[in-house]
Design a protein. Structure first.
Length: 363
């Protein structure tokens, strides 16, 4: 058996720039019993998360050539040349590449992973496209029921090919971590993440809770120094609120988790439908109290273990923060709910994925 994982070109499978898809693939790999059989294909990077099993592919020399199709074509050439027998090909977040891989490889099993809304992706937007995908792939794995329901909208999954496998998280602490008076926002500094609502809310309460630190961890683009007018404005406004506010910029996942484990609360004010809610899951693994919008897959991950805000806005965030920060009992209760009810261990997710792989291979 050979297992080939194809990452989207925009994913930087590196220690310093990894985002959610790369981290999930790494976590699944680390706990898989099929490690020696796995090859991960992605854009060429320095310091890959997994050195021995990662195959970095250089960008095409022709400017207008699709970088994702280049990855798919190069991967197909490599596996056709080096692998005999049945092979599993796992495509992450690029449904339009299924057709290319289906035509260019033999004796294969294709699994398609959706980490985001299929109705917004090239190759799965229409009913016709999704029905065609179900004809050509052997399994569709969605990161939440929210995403699964999107994929199956007006589509018949007669062969039960579509399933849900939540992203697994590495819980680093064995015991409940010691907490500082620190509140965080983690995510890209873009409007759909609701970071401006967090900033405005903090501006209203920072003077009242001077012993607390308020942080923003993130940047306009993951692992990138590029900024936007919006992100520049948020960074400037937030840093100017007072001595207890700071924008830390983009940090590695390891550093984010370290700060998370020391933090008391996290605010997740997303305005768009989060497909899964990786930040919420990571916060639970670190015992951080959660105040979140009730959008997309977030309630599915948080369940009853945090404060969920319908139609989130600045006023509602201020109200919930004031309630929690004014009551040590409420704060501790939120933290314990996160810590005690965390279930998404990456070891379990990896085991479930290995079971799916084995069943597909033996079919």
């Amino acid at each position: 058996m050979h297992i080939n994982i194809l990452l989207p070109h925009k994913e930087k499978f590196s220690i310093n720039s990894a985002s959610s898809v790369s981290i999930t693939v790494m976590n699944n790999f680390n706990h898989s019993k099929y490690k020696k059989l796995i090859r991960i294909f992605g854009q060429n990077v320095c310091n890959p998360l997994i050195k021995d099993n990662f195959i970095g592919i250089k960008d095409p020399t022709i400017f207008f050539k699709s970088k994702n199709k280049n990855l798919a074509n190069k991967m197909c050439k490599i596996i056709n040349k080096t692998q005999t027998g049945k092979k599993i090909i796992e495509i992450h977040n690029r449904p339009y590449l299924v057709n290319t891989i289906f035509k260019k490889t033999q004796n294969k099993v294709i699994t398609l992973f959706f980490h985001n809304d299929p109705l917004s992706m090239r190759g799965s937007k229409s009913i016709i496209e999704r029905n065609k995908l179900l004809q050509r792939v052997d399994k569709v794995i969605c990161v939440s029921n929210f995403i699964k329901n999107k994929f199956l909208r007006d589509v018949n999954d007669n062969h039960n090919k579509v399933t849900v496998l939540y992203n697994g998280i590495e819980r680093q602490a064995v015991n409940f971590p010691k907490k500082n008076k620190q509140i965080i926002f983690v995510g890209r500094i873009v409007k759909e993440k609701g970071v401006h609502l967090y900033s405005k809310a903090v501006k209203q309460i920072a003077h009242k809770f001077k012993e607390w630190k308020f942080l923003i961890i993130g940047s306009y683009k993951l692992g990138d120094k590029e900024t936007s007018i919006f992100s520049k404005q948020i960074i400037q406004e937030f840093n100017n609120i007072g001595l207890n506010t700071m924008v830390l910029g983009f940090l590695s996942n390891q550093n984010v988790k370290q700060i998370m484990s020391e933090s008391s609360l996290i605010v997740i004010p997303s305005l768009w439908d989060e497909p899964f809610g990786l930040v919420a899951a990571e916060a639970m693994s670190c015992g951080v109290g959660i105040i979140s919008s009730n959008s997309g897959g977030l309630p599915e991950i948080i369940k009853g273990n945090g404060i969920l805000i319908e139609n989130v806005n600045e006023k509602k965030i201020v109200s919930e923060l004031e309630k929690v920060l004014s009551s040590n009992e409420k704060l501790k209760k939120l933290q314990k709910l996160s810590w005690n009810n965390f279930e998404l261990f990456s070891s379990q997710t990896s085991r479930e994925l290995d079971i799916i792989r084995k069943k597909l291979f033996l079919r």
